[in-house]
Design a protein around this ligand. Sequence first.
Ligand code: HEC
Length: 348
Amino acid sequence: MALRPMYYTRIVGGTLYLTGFVLCAWNIWMTAKDGAPVETTVEVASEVKAAAEPSWVAVALGKPVLLSVVVTVLACSVAFLPPAVSVGVIVVTVGLSIAGAMGFKKARVGGGAASWHHVIEGRALPFTVVVVLAVVAGGIAEIVPTVLTSHAGLATSANKPYSPLELEGRDVFIQEGCYVCHSQMVRTFTWEVQRYGEASTIDDSIFDHPFQWGSKRTGPDLAHEGGMRSNAWHYQHMMDPRSITPGSNMPPYAFLASSKLDFGKTATKVKAMKTLGVPYTDGDVAGAKDSASAAAEKIAAGLARETGQDVAPDSQMTALIAYLQRLGRVPEAPQAAAVTPVVPVGGG
Ligand code: HEC
């Protein structure tokens, strides 16, 4: 509810933005309409050949490049330095970047007339190479550690794969786009941890294909939703969110109570997850249908008792509730044997 004023602000901003488009279209239309064919002759002076441009090497070894390298190395070193030292390094790095940027703003290359930036910008190939390097560096820094640790994570994970019914519920969650309004990712900030509980780790979503971290919170984070509310609460909330939370921005999902699931397909889904590296056994795959039906019957029976409503066990509602109750909770599995992780096909 506290976000409402911000939505109104967004409406104003969005309206201005759209108005800009309308003006643009109108401008183009009026310009095209007023245009008249040119039937005169115009003399154009030919361009005087500019002084020879500096060489490749001079550009690549220019002071701005060297400064960028120094700043990048300093910035990266922060990750490895003790906190006290890194604060100093950050101050130096930021200072150096600002001073450098100001100093080079008008820097000329090799005493020529063009600025360094102008020269490199005018050379398509080197500029493309430099831009690609800059973009790729960020991607590599993010992706490589994740790929490297995920295999080890699979072997040591304390998490357990979703039960067949929970997996079905997860599909409903994705199908309805719940992730558009709900994140499943508690960041390490104090205010997040105080509100939502322990910060998320890679272990929480290690069996998620694809993960449901989300990118925006219109509703609250759901990473620790499991066990916070009763099944009856979730049922009521899905049927009519405002009957539970007055003024809620969440749309109702009452149709989930009558949309059916085909548990005959559950085994295929479990198998697909197995292919992706989730440590399901062949027994899990074979028993998926019965497991999902049994779990769904239990939830439906509970709902009938608590709400007096008849919810079909094979409805999307029961599966979604099973999934929501699982979030952030690792079931105490009766299985004693250690789980052998399956290495993902195609290197994950
Ligand atoms: C348009 C945005 C929106 C969408 C889409 C949406 N929600 Fe919500 N959700 C909210 C908001 C806002 C709240 C907080 C108010 C409330 O409790 O209803 C909320 C609350 C919740 C809660 C209660 C969390 C708690 O414990 O307080 C759950 C559970 C939930 N949503 C699940 C879902 C599921 C499952 C879906 C998809 C079927 C979904 N939501 C789709 C906006 C959304």
